[in-house]
Design a protein around this ligand. Structure first.
Ligand code: XBP
Ligand code: MG
Length: 245
């Protein structure tokens, strides 16, 4: 007997919207305004995206790619990263606030159908709360929080994907078992985080993540265009009745 589908849990960056190009612009503008000789191109950023979390990504770059982590201004590495990341977030917020980033195909239609059926919607992301609000205020409207009552992010789950912390928090807030939910992700880290928390996961990769390892996903799709609630239920049913390999 398959557990009824009671909630859809969405990742943000790369899943709800193809945002990483805008994060990349914001990182580079923040480095420039800090007078740092750092510039991330798309090839390097594709590699750096294997580290979830903007602050963690900056530290990884500083240590691994620059090869030395010394104070750039005597404020201490952690304080410097906090300042750079705060500047980056403000730049990204302005970019996204201008409505530059639409939701990916099929996302809003699936959300609307789920809500009409009384299926709950939630967010599980490693990005910052400011970024989520800036994106969804424009893409869904000022009432976006009414559509997505459960939001867990970098401020609630400091241990980033592929750790399952953010997904476990969402399940707790939903008061639902993982079997009653489906996760939507774009990256290998996201798939591993959702899977470790017990959620079946639909993957819609972007140009930054399409080379990632998506073994174990419920489905890997170009996007959610045309995906309906009954498709999700059928995929779960098939997965649960498939003969064990
Ligand atoms: C993707 C991330 C985030 C963004 C940058 O988040 O790993 O770090 O790249 O946002 P998601 P921040 O889990 O939604 O795919 O700079 O705010 O971290
Ligand atoms: Mg993502």
């Amino acid at each position: 007997m398959t557990t009824p589908l009671r909630a859809l849990v969405f990742d943000v960056d790369g899943t709800l919207a193809d945002t990483e190009r805008f994060h990349l612009l914001a990182f580079n503008e923040a480095f420039r305004s800090e007078g740092l000789p750092w510039h991330w191109d798309e090839t390097l950023y594709t590699r750096l995206l294997e580290v979830s979390g903007g602050k963690e990504r900056i530290l990884h770059y500083w240590k691994e790619v620059r090869g030395h982590v010394t104070d750039v201004d005597g404020a201490g590495v952690r304080d410097t990263i906090e300042r750079i990341h705060a500047g980056k977030t403000a730049i990204y917020e302005a970019l996204v606030h201008d409505g530059a980033v639409p939701l990916r195909p099929g996302v809003l239609a699936l959300m609307d159908e789920a809500r009409a059926e009384g299926v709950q919607l939630a967010i599980a992301t490693t990005t910052s709360p400011v970024n989520i609000a800036a994106l969804l205020r424009r893409a869904i409207g000022p009432q976006w929080r009414l559509h997505l009552p459960v939001v867990c992010d970098a401020s609630t789950a400091p241990v980033k994907k592929p750790h399952p912390q953010v997904y476990r928090q969402v399940l707790e807030r939903l008061a639902l078992p993982a079997a009653a939910c489906i996760a939507f992700e774009d990256s290998g880290n996201g798939l591993r985080a959702a899977t470790a928390a017990g959620l079946r996961t639909v993957i819609t990769p972007t140009s930054f993540t399409r080379h990632h390892d998506f073994r174990g996903a419920l489905r890997v799709l170009p996007d959610l265009a045309g995906v309906r609630m009954d498709d999700l239920r059928a995929w779960i049913e098939t997965m649960e009745t498939a003969p064990c390999p």
